[in-house]
Design a protein around this ligand. Structure first.
Ligand code: UFG
Length: 317
């Protein structure tokens, strides 16, 4: 089976490329390298550098493929609030183009990178896939819109698809060519920022007055390797037209202070931090209910927070 990995030069997509090829899948990569890195793509892999906004480039990339894992997209919550048009254009318009070209190429299997940001501020914890969708930013709104588009594509044109709603992806994979890890600019994610904290530039804790046990936000962290394992299980579960949505997290949560404590243990000294104001748009607690992915896909995350921290630390050299 040949899988087109859109966004295959990015952090999560390149991890998928590595694991898919290790498991014997044929892989093509499609990426515009706006946030991804061309050097993440192994030599010998079919790599089309192109844009989701260009249908002929998508058509070229889909040649010979049997399925698509669609990671490509804009993914910064803060940026999405400032530039909503960019998110609607790339995430929604780009995915519309991809679905149209998949239909032309008669490719009917799709795994889509959705997000917990579709749920917004949760009313009930842990969050089930059936929870209400009230995204609080354009990023979450565009992921939700794409999920709706995929549902209609499955109904109208027989697409067989799964949307995977990521909670907080972390960790890194050591490939034969070195570490595949987060290389965002700017970096907004907690674990890389904690590991890069220095006394002169301490990591900021965004709010210490949240209604949680230690006053800091709680998130559900999942290792990128476990995340890709779920993608492959989801791909193999696609057998008939339809669209299923799965949460991917660990089913448990850690506070920002607990992440800093785990990272301090990993490096053997206290990580410097500074209590700072809340970040706009952050919910207090996000924890996934992952029972559907466990039950339907037979998936189980196996790597804990310590592994996510130590792999990220090792990947930073
Ligand atoms: N945080 C800090 N300091 C930092 C960075 C983050 O205190 O320097 C806090 C945040 O306020 C939040 C937690 O650490 O409480 C995690 O923040 P991240 O930026 O690492 O991740 P988010 O939970 O904001 O966002 C992640 C993904 C989004 C996705 C969302 C869905 O990055 O793409 O999960 O739950 F939309």
């Amino acid at each position: 089976m040949r899988v087109l990995v859109t966004g295959g030069a990015g952090y999560i997509g390149s991890t998928a490329v590595d694991i898919l090829t290790t498991q014997g899948y044929e892989v093509s990569v499609f990426d515009d390298c706006s946030t991804g890195h061309g050097d993440n793509v192994p030599t010998g892999i079919t790599f089309i550098q192109g844009s989701l906004l260009n249908r002929s480039e998508i058509a070229q990339a889909l040649k010979g493929c049997d399925a698509v894992m669609h990671f490509a997209g804009k993914s910064l919550v803060g940026e999405s609030v400032e530039k909503p048009e960019l998110y609607w254009s790339v995430n929604v318009g780009g995915t519309r183009n991809l679905l149209d070209e998949m239909r032309v190429a008669r490719i009917s299997k799709l795994i889509f990178s959705s997000s917990a940001a579709t749920y917004g501020e949760p009313e009930v914890l842990p969050i089930l896939e059936s929870a209400s969708n009230k995204p609080t930013n354009a990023y979450g709104a565009t992921k939700l819109a794409v999920d709706a588009m995929i549902t209609d594509e499955a109904r109208g044109h027989g697409l067989s698809a799964a949307s995977l709603r990521y909670f907080n992806v972390a960790g890194a994979l050591k490939s034969t060519r070195g570490w595949l890890t987060e290389r965002h600019n700017p970096e907004t994610h907690l674990i890389p920022n904690v590991l890069r904290s220095t006394p002169a530039n301490p990591v900021k804790i965004f709010g210490s007055d949240w209604p949680t046990k230690d006053g800091t936000c709680i998130r559900d962290y999942v290792h990128v390797v476990d995340l890709i394992d779920a993608h492959i299980k989801a791909l193999n579960s696609l057998s008939k037209p339809g669209h299923e949505i799965f949460n991917l997290g660990s089913g448990g949560g850690y506070s920002v202070r607990e992440v800093i404590a785990a990272a301090s243990d990993a490096i053997g000294s206290q990580i410097p931090f500074i209590d700072s104001p809340r970040r706009a748009g952050d919910p207090a607690v996000l924890i996934a209910d992952i029972s559907k992915a466990k039950r339907v896909l037979g998936w189980e995350p196996t790597r804990n927070l310590e592994a996510m921290v130590s792999d990220t630390l090792a990947s930073f050299g």
